[in-house]
Ligand binder design. Sequence first.
Ligand code: BES
Ligand code: ZN
Length: 454
Amino acid sequence: MSALTFIEENKDRFLDELLELLKIPSVSADSKFSADVAKAAEFLKKKFEDLDTTVEICETEGHPIVYAEKIIDPSLPTVLVYGHYDVQPPDPLDLWDSPPFEPVIKDERIYARGSADDKGQVYMHVKAYEALLKTDTLPCNLKFMIEGEEEVGSDNLGVFVKENREKLKADVIVISDTHIISNETPSITVGLRGLSYLEVEVTGPNRDLHSGTYGGAVGNPINILCQMIASLQDENGKIAIPGFYDKVEELTSEYRDNMAEAPFDLNEFKSLLDIDEEKGEEGFSTIERTGIRPTLDVNGIWGGYTGEGAKTVLPSKAYAKISMRLVPHQVSDEITEMFTEHFKKIAPKSVNVKITPHHGGEPVVIPTDSIGYKAAERAMEETWGKTPIPTREGGSIPIVALFQKELGLDSILMGFGLQEDAIHSPNESYGLFNYFRGIETISHFYRFFADMSK
Ligand code: BES
Ligand code: ZN
């Protein structure tokens, strides 16, 4: 039997298994869910054991890493598959149409937190592997490294990679944790942005005050925080932190013209988000604003009274979580430092500012002339009948830059998600088409990569 027939005949089971995995609330950011994160790792371990595959759960200072390998012949090429089984918090829960960890299938889509990011996508690799193994057509050695901390910055995976260079030796890394342009237009991601994430705390008076007795005479930390944040961007959408753009890669007009050729419908973009107008840095298109330009966004802001009704209070403290997405050749630590210095400098004397850096990650660009890229291109051509378009995406996968640095390996970012999957949002979903198309395409990828490496 061919691997494709095997996939066809086992579709229902492949789907049921994914639904089981999606029922486990493996939220890495919230310690309340630690036992569930461990349970998701156990689930994957069991699936590898069922396939007679060497597998271990590698404990870290945080959540564990599932590592599995099948070496069929040391002289054959080795593919290292990376993915994550942790998910983003499902909040706000009241905006979900069905509970985030009770997957439902509606309109040919699987609705659940993690369906697209990344359980559905990483599980495609496990099933492609099963299909090849069970039909005796596995063409290469495979290593799987599936972590539980991608959504919180992959710090412990970084340590694991540095300590296990030999174990992780491979000819290529493949990751399915990104998007394609549409189900009609396949694409391969060749760029991801980096990240610098921090939390700021602005303190005014030493206690919450009566806003009548003191209002007007004492600086309100929330008002001040808002003014400070507003000043970080000018009217053209440029970030006003000195030095912020110094290292930003300027792309040639030829590169930008090429980018503009990828299909993109601005009206559809706006209508899917219910916005009347897009907004961003002057002089750049929407695709460029997310693909090749850096940003600064407030992810959350709080302080004072937010309960029911009204309370007249001039708060003592205000907080915000701020992230900056970075592009080549910006460096996360340098940007964090620039932000910190600038933010302290613009604070009026009436408040104190404390800044706590969170995780970061470096931007990456993936070359398109490697065997790995060509094999992914051919695999997509095989299933879609169309050559995939290289795209740069705005999200981040911090470990990709570290793989380049520590293992000397580029990652092939062959994801199958769609923007409408709404990852990180309420009602995240993943198309059944994408799940099964992914499994097929991945099985071709392993085969082509082995062939083309000869
Ligand atoms: N799957 C995403 C990365 C992604 C998103 C790639 C969109 C391409 C397009 C990944 O799981 C993710 O969300 N990463 C975080 C990383 C962060 C927490 C360090 C991100 O980008 O916010
Ligand atoms: Zn992801």
